[in-house]
Ligand binder design. Structure first.
Ligand code: ATP
Ligand code: MG
Length: 322
């Protein structure tokens, strides 16, 4: 039977406590236990209640998702929203991230570029601890990413993630996909969650699809639902890992437009994407990665017009040739 993503699944993206398959070996819930035939509530009872209970203690105190933050842009002397210091990540003997130092101020939009295997997804995944790190520190909004437990669950709720594959719950209507996390995890009242879901669906341009099931939507529409679902958790940061690369070309723009609007609204965003137009127009900053390192870090116009490293020149040459 087909497995479905559930809150807590690394592919769910709703800002919930998530574990990778490898980390699940340490006693976290097993996704394999969940099948399509199970009801909504039994899925939760069976797979996620422990996590949800942990999570329900974390009430968001921040402004609604996407609301302009006081220090949006630059200038404030506040903590950066994301701060990585000397981060090292290994997969066995292979070093996937080497000495990552990165500060992303509140409200900044960072696009991450780089060849396949350069560590872009790993970078994203360490930020909400889908991947553990071997050395260094990561802070979200001034708080160190805790190793585990309730504190980690709290911090993870602040980091929404959207993946290449949208991973909506296939057996739930669009509206219910968006209300699920807020009701089960944030303890929101149903009416409040539904009102908010409808606002968010409106914002991503698909409120009229609320009563449909994911399979009845196009890929672009599904990805917009995935974005609305992540926003429904009121995250402080949104991470996007190649959100348009699984889409048919004619659907790419509708998703990029939603992301551009989110950026305008002041959301702090880290976006892995090879959409150069988006990087040029929307990003405040481009990071170029190669071999697990940040090789260049520059405003888009500078990066695209004057890449400094041979790796970046070579990469841009290949990408722009298409
Ligand atoms: N779970 C894992 N186990 C072992 N190695 C891994 C694992 N995940 C990633 N890697 C390795 O770490 C390196 C970085 O992978 P990552 O997925 O971060 O690259 P990427 O830049 O996102 O690539 P792509 O553009 O193809 O998505 C690669 O060499 C990859 O093979
Ligand atoms: Mg990747």
């Amino acid at each position: 039977m087909q497995e479905i993503p559930i809150p807590g699944d690394p592919t769910w993206g709703g800002g919930l406590p998530q574990e990778t398959g490898a980390e699940n070996a340490g006693g976290a819930r097993k996704n394999n236990d969940c099948t399509l035939s199970e009801t909504f509530s039994s899925i939760f009872n069976k797979c996620d209640m422990n996590y949800i209970n942990l999570f329900s203690m974390s009430e968001s105190t921040q402004s609604p998702a996407g609301a302009p933050s006081p220090a949006a842009g630059a200038g404030g002397n506040e903590q950066p929203m994301i701060r990585m210091k000397n981060v090292q990540k290994y997969f066995d003997d292979f070093q996937a991230l080497t000495d990552i130092n990165l500060e992303v101020p509140r409200g900044q939009v960072v696009v991450v570029l780089g060849p396949s295997g350069s560590g872009k997804s790993t970078l994203c995944r360490t930020i909400n601890r889908l991947e553990t790190i071997e050395d260094g520190t990561i802070e979200i909004d001034g708080k160190l990413l805790p190793e585990e437990g309730k504190e980690l669950a709290k911090l993870r709720a602040d980091v929404g993630m959207v993946f290449q594959s949208f991973n909506l719950f296939p057996h739930l209507k669009i509206r219910d996909n968006v209300t699920l996390g807020p009701i089960k995890v944030r303890n929101k009242k149903k009416k409040e969650a539904v009102d908010r879901a409808m606002q968010l669906l409106e914002r991503v341009g698909i409120a009229n699809q609320a009563d449909k099931y994911p399979a009845q939507l196009s890929g672009g529409q599904q990805q917009r639902v995935a974005i609305a679902r992540a926003l429904a958790m009121d995250p402080k940061v949104m991470l996007f890992d190649e959100p348009t690369s699984a889409l048919d070309p004619e659907m790419v723009n509708e998703v990029l437009e939603v992301m551009a609007n989110l950026a305008k609204s002041g959301m702090t965003m880290l976006v892995v994407s090879h959409e150069m137009g988006f990087a040029r127009k929307v990003a405040d900053r481009v990071l170029f990665m190669a071999d697990g390192q940040i090789v260049e870090d520059a405003p888009p116009e500078e990066f695209f017009s004057n890449p400094k490293s041979d790796r970046a020149k070579d990469f841009l040459g290949k990408i722009l040739a298409h």
